[in-house]
Design a protein around this ligand. Structure first.
Ligand SMILES: [Zn+2]
Length: 55
């Protein structure tokens, strides 16, 4: 069962589907990369940072 879903932002193939927040006003689904980019844009510094060594 192949789901041919594309990312609403980069148009790339989605391996893990993320749903955009309502306030982002994006239709469709996002790939993980674009989702975290958007998170960063809209909520800078609020999400958990992975690169802890940068602190
Ligand atoms: Zn994307």
């Amino acid at each position: 069962m192949a789901l041919k879903e594309k990312c609403a932002i980069c148009n790339g193939k989605i391996q893990f589907r993320f749903s955009p927040m309502k306030e982002w006003k994006i239709k469709g689904s996002l790939c993980g990369e674009c989702y975290s980019k958007k998170l960063n844009e809209h909520y800078p510094g609020e999400h958990v940072r992975v690169n802890k060594h940068l602190d």
